[in-house]
Design a protein around this ligand. Sequence first.
Ligand SMILES: Nc1ncnc2c1ncn2[C@@H]1O[C@H](COP(=O)(O)OP(=O)(O)O)[C@@H](O)[C@H]1O
Ligand SMILES: Nc1ccn([C@H]2C[C@H](O)[C@@H](COP(=O)(O)OP(=O)(O)O)O2)c(=O)n1
Length: 228
Amino acid sequence: MVTVTDVQTERPLVVAIDGPSGSGKSSTARGVAERLGLAYLDTGAMYRAGAWLVADQNLSGPQEIAEAVCAADIEIGTDPGDFWIRIDGTDVTTAIREPRISQAVSAVATVQPVRDALIDQQRELIADAERGIVVEGRDITTVVAPDAQVRVLLVADPQARIARREAELAGAASTAEVTDQVIRRDRDDSTVAAFTEAAEGVTVIDSTHLGLAEVIDQICSLAEKPTP
Ligand SMILES: Nc1ncnc2c1ncn2[C@@H]1O[C@H](COP(=O)(O)OP(=O)(O)O)[C@@H](O)[C@H]1O
Ligand SMILES: Nc1ccn([C@H]2C[C@H](O)[C@@H](COP(=O)(O)OP(=O)(O)O)O2)c(=O)n1
């Protein structure tokens, strides 16, 4: 396979995508990775795995949460066509998408020692991606990989994001629960990651009235002329 590199520095291409819940980060990032032959890293899934462990062990309070999650062994797949995640050997690929985890994850993602440990691991995974990688989350363009050649903030109106999540959950959660998982979670998450406004050099894409394919096209076009 052809290696996608930044021609000026020969660094493997890193595409960083941040944005609020339901803006389309995961679907778009997977699509871009598949089209460009890059690896894919879902950093939100790592925080979700931490939240799964906290629920499984019935832990509470920042100290207990930090001790357990920082000591845990999180393994994550980076093939965009075959996503999986394990924590301490347990496969939690499906379990981390349950509404109870979506509801609880911000309490884990706002514990700073947890963030520090997961950010270190995310940087290692990026450094290991010799073919280049698309990384999505809340703090990728600003903290995890601010030197990424392509940096995107993907946004969409709250109504569109809530409607997308509701459709995805297909009745598994009420409108009030989905609204909490999207709006309240963004509010909590934005206390530790700056994803509500684009940092300098970050391209904003509003997906409210764009189809998934159009968003993927726009990001792939940016990748054709990356920032050095
Ligand atoms: N541009 C788009 N237009 C319409 N629906 C979209 C678009 N992008 C993503 N979706 C759908 O919205 C839902 C949430 O997308 P997802 O990629 O999980 O968002 P995020 O990772 O930002 O939370 C999914 O069901 C996905 O198929
Ligand atoms: N880089 C990241 C990625 C996710 N998070 C937090 C914020 C979210 O509430 C959770 C789960 O992220 P995820 O991207 O799976 O969430 P949604 O797809 O938007 O529902 O993790 C974070 O703090 N930093």
